[in-house]
Design a binder for this molecule. Structure first.
Ligand SMILES: Nc1ncnc2c1ncn2[C@@H]1O[C@H](COP(=O)(O)OP(=O)(O)OP(=O)(O)O)[C@@H](O)[C@H]1O
Ligand SMILES: [Mg+2]
Length: 256
């Protein structure tokens, strides 16, 4: 059923991973592997644990008191919950883009350089700002207003800025939690095009409610239901020849 569960070549790999909020087990015994420089889409009905799994990959859930894990998560072969894990370093290497664009209340320029400066970058900052904005497909629109407040950009531009801000940290993986759900169709199309570009350089794991979007942009798709990984495989086969009845019911809109 799960085609790459046993392979060790994933940049991320979970093994019998269980994620809890207090007593509530939100993710149940999940073993999955995300391959380098692939786009993996995570789909499933509301509350099935998509964001919980995603936020665990860079230990964002550490901020929630009642959160706990059982099982293992390996990033580049190393358990991210081992005591010697440098969490700041993990979050630098595994960046995240959220559902609502969340630029800092600072200039466009400062949004990009803030993280790298904290991490003591020695890079030429002007060059970093330009290259990050170019990669995020935003440079031409903002190059003459880099000192304007980022919050004055449109929603779609803010989301591309957040992607640029993530890229500026030179991550290996970009996690995206419904990055287009607050955007109009045109901005959504731009972000999808951008993901098409970014896949050349980064591993991307994206949670989406939009099945057409998952089908368009991802190499692999994982379907979750009530915390369980029901089916995982090549996006094309999962959408055209699902192996599990629950997957078929979900992708044909019978529930969810
Ligand atoms: N901070 C939290 N504290 C307690 N329970 C939580 C917390 N966040 C999520 N949960 C619970 O964990 C389960 C999975 O939630 P999660 O947010 O991962 O779902 P999701 O698949 O991302 O849903 P959606 O599509 O609505 O975003 C749900 O039962 C939810 O109520
Ligand atoms: Mg969610």
């Amino acid at each position: 059923m799960v085609d790459s569960i046993d392979s060790n070549d994933g940049i991320f790999r979970t093994q019998n991973l269980n994620l809890y909020y207090g007593e509530n087990r939100a993710v149940k015994d999940v073993s999955i592997s995300f391959k380098k420089k692939e786009v993996t889409a995570i789909i499933g009905p509301s509350g099935c644990g998509k964001s919980t799994l995603l936020r665990t990959l860079n230990r964002m859930n550490d901020f929630i008191d009642i959160f706990s894990t059982k099982g293992e998560i390996f990033f580049q072969g190393e358990d991210i919950y081992r005591s010697s894990q440098d969490v700041a370093d993990l979050r630098k290497r595994v960046g995240m883009v959220f559902q609502r664009p969340n630029p800092f209340l600072k200039s466009i320029y400062k949004n990009i350089v803030w993280g790298p400066q904290i991490h003591g970058t020695k890079k030429d900052l002007d060059e970093l700002v330009e290259s990050s904005l170019r990669k995020a497909g935003l440079w031409d629109e903002v190059k003459d207003r880099l000192n304007d407040l980022a919050t004055n950009l449109s929603g779609g531009q803010q989301q591309r800025l957040c992607i640029a801000r993530t890229i500026a940290m030179k991550p290996e993986v970009i996690l995206m939690d419904e990055p287009c759900s607050a955007l109009d169709p045109r901005s959504t199309a731009r972000i999808e095009d951008l993901i098409g570009e970014l896949r050349k350089d980064y591993t991307i794991v994206i949670v989406t409610h939009n099945m057409q979007q998952a089908a368009r942009i991802s190499d692999k798709t994982a379907f979750f239901y009530e915390g369980e990984l029901v089916e995982f495989g090549d996006t094309k086969s999962l959408f055209t020849k699902p192996k599990e009845k629950r997957t078929e019911d979900y992708i044909t809109g019978r529930f969810g």
